[in-house]
Design a protein around this ligand. Structure first.
Ligand SMILES: NC(=O)c1ccc[n+]([C@@H]2O[C@H](COP(=O)([O-])OP(=O)(O)OC[C@H]3O[C@@H](n4cnc5c(N)ncnc54)[C@H](OP(=O)(O)O)[C@@H]3O)[C@@H](O)[C@H]2O)c1
Length: 312
């Protein structure tokens, strides 16, 4: 009963006390796993949660490709977390807001077989910007670019590969609305635009699960103290600083979904603290089937994929 009340409070669920309370229910040994021979891709591995996901996979023996828009920053992070160069960490360039960069990454740097793809990179800009492909930056970086990357890498994903979308609890505030997702209203509200892309990631995960046998999932990290939160949400961080999770605590569920045998059948669901969670807190945010279909069609159109045959 107390757990239910604390979870319903949001604050004492998303914060560090929530992590520690939920962690008491984690099965011992879930992450005692040898990932030698596995190839894992982590986007946004140059900061915050991405560093912790990359570290967690590499220290368990995986070959980890750190996909970073700033290779110098990625290499500095790699050297900081693995000074002895004992792990298999490769830094590769990609800008997820730019289709050409994504295609170049796949043609030039992507491994031929992939076991894990973690879509962790994300942005929350405070002003509206258009990308070279004519997309609003938040939608491009958090949603369309990652979708193009998944599409291009799909043939290289092993049949039991895991694909993980790092979403946000902020998505609970938004209902899927495809026109607004791609063309946010003025005045631009960065937090709302971000939350819409995070809602869309969760729906997209379900749509991918309906179409394929690959192990797709989405998750949210709660509230973790990262450079992203410090820069994009300075006021929120000032107020919540004392209760924020560590980056490793925020990254824990993504790592668990990527690595643990206990997470081998995620079935397109949305996870938080190693457990599947409801994707809605209110009936107000329930989307209609036609909204889901529109999201799929629009995403496929944007990346030039056939909506009927893609990802089959
Ligand atoms: N921290 C939290 O409490 C929290 C809560 C909910 C959801 N999340 C989600 O968790 C994920 C990680 O967030 P974080 O808090 O760790 O943020 P962060 O510290 O800002 O890290 C974001 C990462 O994404 C990369 N990135 C941004 N734009 C990119 C682009 N166009 N192409 C390639 N990479 C790009 C950044 O690269 P640079 O290093 O070059 O900037 C950085 O590595 C995000 O998807 C975020 O939405 C975080």
């Amino acid at each position: 009963m107390l757990d239910r009340l604390l979870d319903a409070s949001i604050v004492f669920s998303f914060d560090r006390t929530g992590y520690r309370r939920h962690a008491k229910g984690f099965a011992a040994g879930d992450l005692d796993v040898d990932l030698t021979g596995r190839t894992c891709l982590v986007t946004g591995a140059s900061s915050g949660l991405g560093i912790e996901i990359a570290r967690g996979l590499a220290e368990r023996g995986a070959s980890v490709h750190m996909l970073c828009r700033d290779v110098g920053k990625g290499e500095a992070v790699r050297d900081a977390i693995d000074g002895a160069h004992a792990w298999k960490l490769v830094v590769a360039p990609i800008d997820l807001s730019d289709f050409e960069s994504i295609r170049r990454y796949v043609q030039t740097h992507a491994p031929s077989t992939i076991d894990v793809l973690v879509h962790n990179a994300g942005v929350l800009p405070d002003a509206r910007t258009s990308t070279a492909d004519g997309l609003e930056l938040t939608a491009a970086t958090n949603l369309v670019g990652p979708f193009l990357l998944t599409h291009l890498l799909w043939p290289r994903l092993r049949p039991d590969a895991r694909v993980i979308h790092v979403s946000s609890g902020g998505m609970y505030s938004q209902k899927l609305d495809v026109p607004t997702l791609f063309d946010p209203p003025e005045p631009f509200d960065g937090v709302a635009a971000y939350a819409r892309t995070k809602r869309a990631q969760v729906v997209l995960t379900e749509l991918l699960h309906e179409r394929s046998t690959r192990r797709v999932s989405s998750m949210h990290p709660g509230w973790a103290d990262t450079p992203g939160v410090q820069t994009s949400l300075p006021r929120f961080r000032r107020v919540t600083k004392a209760i924020l999770r560590t980056a490793a605590e925020g990254a824990d569920t993504a790592l668990w979904l990527a690595a643990s045998p206990a997470a081998s059948s995620p079935e397109g669901r949305f996870y938080f603290d190693r457990a599947p969670r409801s994707t809605h807190l209110s009936r107000r945010t329930h989307e209609r089937p036609e909204d889901r279909a529109q999201l799929w069609r629009t995403l496929c159109e944007r990346i030039g994929a056939d909506p009927d045959t893609a990802f089959r």
